[in-house]
Write a protein that binds this ligand. Structure first.
Ligand code: GLU
Length: 309
């Protein structure tokens, strides 16, 4: 069987950092259609490892709202907070490639050139060499564990939507953090999970595109096959900024409370992907299956405005 005829395995991986809004749903809709249109398996993973923006209650609300919209997934919901053993095992495997770093963000900003908006703060390698390493600021300070990149570990990959990603991991992140003390960084947890759950494709917002560089490095370091990545432009407000509270209430829960049906929300988002004409609508996700193609999804961020509903 050729790889393209093997049913895909994909996932919806929300972070419970707040209410689900239109931007998340548009990306999830593409992820759902991509997998379901080829008879694949779709998993739901709540990315709830300790996050400063974690909002109590949203880990229960997100699956509820997605189910209301008509999304389904296979198997039980997976929660990252219940998988710390998996992450420790991966951390141990990587240990020979890691070094401790005690630099604060300010230390890194002072030593490196400031990142442009949307860029990651590149680590200049200060602690890689014990001669220049930043000393711990307290005797009980917890180190960040950084992955020491080799020159051949470029992290380059080809994205299904964006095409070849040609920047190297060294230029994007430098030696990147995989854990703080024993606590896994997002990059480690997401790679560990996607390997363990057998993902063949990852569809998500293009705000994470640069961070995929370090994930590509980890797949290779762990001897695992990288899923196919597909990064979709975000939904923005009329001011061009990522959809947020300042643009009004674009929480799906708010539309539900206002009596807007799932079909109206899905239809508006499907029009934004070029699957429906201005005067067409659907009542369910399943009706979009024959229309689904990435070919009509605009390359630019999608500008939302409530009149589109
Ligand atoms: N949990 C991340 C988010 O909600 C997505 C990460 C991923 O899809 O790999 O932004």
């Amino acid at each position: 069987m050729s790889s393209s005829s093997v049913p895909p395995v994909g996932r919806l991986a929300p972070s419970p950092t707040g209410a689900l809004h239109l931007g998340n749903v548009r990306t999830f809709m593409i992820a759902w259609l991509s997998v379901r249109s080829r008879g694949g398996t779709l998993r739901m993973r709540i990315e709830d490892i300790d996050h400063p923006k974690h909002k109590a209650g949203s880990d229960a609300e997100i699956p509820d709202i997605l189910a209301w919209l008509g999304f389904d997934w296979d198997g039980p919901i997976v929660r990252q907070s219940e998988r710390t053993g998996l992450y420790s095992g991966i951390l141990n495997r990587l240990k020979p490639r890691l070094y401790p770093c005690y630099c604060s963000r300010a230390d890194i900003v002072n030593a490196a050139s400031a990142p442009h908006p949307g860029e990651i703060l590149r680590y200049p390698g200060t602690c890689r060499d014990p001669a220049t390493a930043t000393p711990p600021h307290a005797t009980d300070a917890v180190p960040a564990w950084r992955y020491a990149l080799n020159p051949d570990e470029t992290g380059r990959f080809t994205d299904r939507f964006c095409g070849p990603w040609t920047k190297s991991a060294d230029s994007v992140t430098g030696d990147f953090v995989v854990a703080r003390g024993t606590f896994p960084a997002y990059v480690l947890a997401v790679v560990a999970d996607d390997i363990a759950m057998g993902m063949t494709e990852v569809i998500r917002g293009d705000d994470i595109l640069p961070a995929t560089t370090s994930q590509a490095v980890l797949y290779r370091a762990l001897g695992a096959t990288m899923p196919e990545f597909c990064h979709i432009p975000l939904v923005v407000g009329p001011d061009g900024r990522r959809l947020a509270k300042r643009h009004g209430d674009t929480r799906i829960a708010a539309y539900r409370e206002a009596g807007i049906t799932p079909g109206r929300i899905l239809s508006a988002l499907a029009r934004s992907c070029g699957w429906l004409k201005a005067d067409e609508s659907v009542c369910s996700l399943a009706e979009l299956l024959p229309r689904y193609t990435l070919g009509t999804v605009p390359r630019e961020p999608f500008v939302w405005d409530d009149s589109l509903l």
